[in-house]
Design a protein around this ligand. Sequence first.
Ligand code: COA
Length: 184
Amino acid sequence: MLKLQFTSFPTLETERLILRAHTNADAKALFALRSNETVMKYIYRERPKDIFDVQTLITTLNKGFENGDNLVWAIALKNNPSEMIGEIGYYRTDFANHRAEIGYMLNPDYWRKGIISEALIKAIAFGFKNINLHSICADVSPENNASRQILLKHGFEKEAYFKERYYFQGKFLDSEIYSFVNLS
Ligand SMILES: CC(C)(COP(=O)(O)OP(=O)(O)OC[C@H]1O[C@@H](n2cnc3c(N)ncnc32)[C@H](O)[C@@H]1OP(=O)(O)O)[C@@H](O)C(=O)NCCC(=O)NCCS
């Protein structure tokens, strides 16, 4: 059975980025990110009401890591590692089937600069090599073309379309699943 347990949080580096654990110092940036309707437009999750909601989220993410349930990195630029600009990670894991769901979001000031591509390549490689995943999936709103395009660009294929899959803010919403299977 797959395990998502590490002795310490796996900090990763790419050419421009550091992918690290969330700290309480990220609360303000994380609140700005998760309460930004441009960022959250296609993410069917309750928005944080205040900084306390975000502090609870940081604790939940860090406890989830300690318990081996999830692995979510805060994204920062190497030249300013304390300022979180986005996040990426494995939010849900299907241990029996060696499969995990990846998600990501980025502060719009940094969009279209290849930041999530850089983080995604690293997170996928880590997922296959270090977590021993067999497949990685992403759950995307059919209206979220940016997310669809980035997944297609990095080797994901469309796997499923669910009608009226989520009930959020008074509406039933469709969802597409993309996946990347490690056939090597
Ligand atoms: C989706 C998102 C993470 C992309 O991050 P990014 O760092 O701007 O993406 P990149 O610069 O690495 O783009 C890589 C590729 O993705 C695609 N892409 C990114 N943004 C796009 C957009 N607005 N429209 C169409 N394609 C887009 C393109 O194919 C792009 O390659 P190109 O620049 O060579 O054309 C970002 O728009 C975001 O945070 N959106 C809100 C949160 C969200 O929807 N998360 C996903 C939930 S499933």
